[in-house]
Design a protein around this ligand. Structure first.
Ligand SMILES: NC(=O)c1ccc[n+]([C@@H]2O[C@H](COP(=O)([O-])OP(=O)(O)OC[C@H]3O[C@@H](n4cnc5c(N)ncnc54)[C@H](O)[C@@H]3O)[C@@H](O)[C@H]2O)c1
Length: 266
């Protein structure tokens, strides 16, 4: 099996469930949407890039949907998620995955860097989780999986602001999980490592400039940091997210699972 293939897994309990995947038009979110669709989950891809979201939803096997959303804006989340639930006929699973990064030495960070990363990564997860949590409390069931990061466990150079936003995701996940646990609603996070996506492509260019290396040297450095010896793929992450959403993880909540190819983190 190639690292770009979805792992073979069967979670019959997920069949006919309804999910929203934010940031699902490309990258890790798209792989998660594909992996859920493979379990016969009906998916709404909710993304800032509406055209890409529509294209992504159309490419999934089965009948799926797309909505435009800016996870930073409460009104946008309200409208998009209400529309999504109408289109797919309910909601059982939220994947709060939309995220952004910028790279700069901490001493040169601008207010815009800080706000952009915090607004999408931390506030966005808060807004989307809160919308879903209210609905899940009303209906008495539901599961949430947030995309945090390796940078949510160890601060990363040139990404101090991004790390801060992802530490926030893990703290929020733990607190929300403990509040919702008595109601049987599970909330977990996944912490990917160095994943080949458009975000990584941008980061490699920035890091090459910041570290005085070529982009290829940065890429090879990512691989050499990874004990399993190759670059991580979105599909590596998607299989773990499906697991977390399924009954196989029914006694797990408030966890932030590392999916890093063995890069050491707490
Ligand atoms: N790529 C990595 O190495 C890596 C590692 C750890 C964690 N992550 C996290 O995984 C998630 C997905 O990252 P990726 O690498 O697939 O990124 P990506 O840039 O390839 O895709 C991100 C998606 O999120 C969407 N998005 C951005 N801002 C949005 C907003 N305000 N509202 C709605 N959608 C928005 C984009 O349009 C895009 O479709 C992010 O939360 C990221 O922080 C990525």
């Amino acid at each position: 099996m190639s690292p770009n293939d979805l792992p073979v897994q069967s979670c019959p309990d997920l069949k006919s469930k309804k999910a929203i995947v934010t940031g699902g038009a490309v990258g890790i979110g798209y792989a998660i949407a594909r992996a859920l669709a493979a379990q016969e989950v009906t998916v709404t891809i909710a993304d800032l890039n509406e055209d890409a979201a529509i294209k992504a939803a159309e490419s999934l096997p089965g009948s799926h949907h797309a909505v435009a959303v800016d996870v930073r804006e409460r009104g946008s989340v309200d409208r998009a998620f209400t529309d999504a639930v109408e289109k797919i006929g309910g909601l059982d699973i939220l994947i709060a995955n939309a995220g952004v990064s910028t790279m700069r030495p901490a001493v040169d960070l601008t207010d815009e860097d800080w706000d952009f990363n915090m607004d999408v990564n931390a506030r966005g997860v808060f807004m989307c989780n809160q919308w879903a949590a209210r609905r899940f409390l009303e209906q008495g069931h539901g599961v949430i999986t947030n995309t945090a990061s390796l940078a949510a466990k160890v601060g990363a150079p040139f990404l101090a602001h991004y790390s801060a936003s992802k530490f926030a995701v893990v703290g929020w996940t733990q607190g929300l999980a403990r509040e919702l646990a008595p109601k049987g609603i599970r909330v977990n996070a996944v912490c990917p490592g160095l994943v080949k996506t458009s975000m990584q492509d941008r980061e490699i260019q920035w890091e090459a400039t910041l570290r005085g290396m070529t982009p290829e040297e940065v890429f090879q450095d990512y691989i050499s940091q990874t004990p399993l010896g190759r670059i991580e793929t979105p599909e590596d992450v998607a299989g773990v997210v499906v697991f977390l959403c399924s009954d196989a993880a029914r006694f797990m909540t408030g966890q932030a699972l590392n999916v890093t190819g063995g890069i050491y983190t707490t």
